[in-house]
Design a protein around this ligand. Structure first.
Ligand code: HEC
Length: 120
């Protein structure tokens, strides 16, 4: 019977389609590490964010771990954080200040930096 075959084929077809959809973004978004590091350095982000150790801000590993729990929101949170200067609490002395605003409005560059951060 035709319907019987559909039951078997449809799920497999859907799975194939969704796996392609999920693999595409990753493939088309290779991170330019050098550009990310340069932007990070130029903005003194490293003053507060060390790759593995907490400083005034959480380590990049910690930031990535936290943000990667919600992949759908991660990039937007990074962009918002780096462009709107929300109040943050410094980890060392508990003082509150506005988060550093990045010196570029080029969303492509900020996204590249965001991807680099999320890879930690
Ligand atoms: C003066 C210290 C300081 C500097 C400089 C700084 N940050 Fe932060 N950053 C913080 C603190 C503190 C937090 C923690 C916010 C919290 O968890 O409440 C934070 C959080 C973050 C987060 C996590 C945001 C989230 O929603 O979880 C990202 C991403 C980030 N910073 C990126 C950057 C980038 C990129 C730069 C450079 C443009 C930078 N930071 C410069 C102190 C700093």
């Amino acid at each position: 019977m035709k319907t019987f075959a559909m039951h078997r084929i449809l799920p497999a077809a859907l799975l194939a389609i969704s796996s392609v959809a999920f693999s595409l973004p990753a493939a088309s978004q290779a991170v330019d590490e050098e550009a990310a590091k340069a932007l990070f350095k130029r903005n003194d982000c490293g003053k507060c964010h060390h790759p593995t150790r907490d400083k005034k801000g959480p380590s990049l590993q910690k930031v990535a771990k936290e943000l990667n729990k919600k992949p759908a929101e991660a990039m937007n949170r990074i962009i918002k954080n780096a462009t709107t200067g929300p109040k943050v609490k410094l980890l060392d002395d508990g003082k509150e200040e506005e988060h550093k605003i990045i010196d570029t409005k080029d969303e492509k560059q900020i996204r590249n930096l965001g991807q680099w951060i999320l890879k930690h």
